[in-house]
Design a protein around this ligand. Sequence first.
Ligand code: AMP
Length: 278
Amino acid sequence: MITIRTLAELVTQRASWPEDIGFVPTMGGLHEGHMALIRRARGDHEVVVASVYVNPLQFGPQEDFAAYPRTEDADCAKLAQASADAVLLPSDAVIYPRGRERQTQVHVPGLSEDLCGRHRPGHFAGVTTVVARLLGLVRPRVCYMGKKDYQQWRIVTRMVEDLGLATAIVGVDTVRENDGLALSTRNTYLTPAERSRAPGLYETLTEGAGQVVAGAALTDVEAACRERLKALGFAPDYVAVRCADDLSVPSATDSDLVILAAARLGRTRLIDNREFRR
Ligand code: AMP
């Protein structure tokens, strides 16, 4: 596996690769959820490229940018083990050569201000800006994204459509622990007591989806899920039932739905979701 740190190295490598590139952007702290994306790319493409970059632009001033796990050696070992061809480990200067303030920004309006965007102002503009830059540099045929970050996946898909980029975005199902907790780099923040409560998030969403299927009103289900999360020791940011494709508020005839939530457990903010049909 090749390690790429500079723009010059990336340009040289890119010129030597065939067009059939599968790309997996990450912030590192790699776990089996990330590896599912890598394995999917490995099965589908001649060349597999991953990136590990903790993007400062997508963290708010009060968020965990400084504390975010940085495990470069372990990440590279996992990627090599999974037969990735290259890992991009860019410095800030590679991603934002003019400096962060002067970087051209990409913002998907509407979708970026909803759900997590309400609680993390500027977060999704940070995500779309870095992903647009990475897609421009790597020019992959397909970019793999986890459905664990459901809103992010939909926003990046919208960005690629709106900008006419030549990369397809493919969503990959969430990888979970045996007790249902979605794998996340941030799970390492949980204390043992919080970790034992954490599966309650997905359990609550699963119950909520069942209630919608049984005919309950969406706003009643959302409220009941918030109360249940509070009773389990979470501080919910939101619980929402939306259309799976565009995250709009469902009408009575919409049947492909997703229930999404963000909730804090101590100092850790967890997100999760469940797709379902009614
Ligand atoms: P991150 O390093 O958290 O930015 O995640 C990098 C990519 O891995 C994103 O597309 C995430 O949605 C995806 N991902 C993270 N956790 C999981 C998981 N448990 N299952 C599937 N994909 C995941």
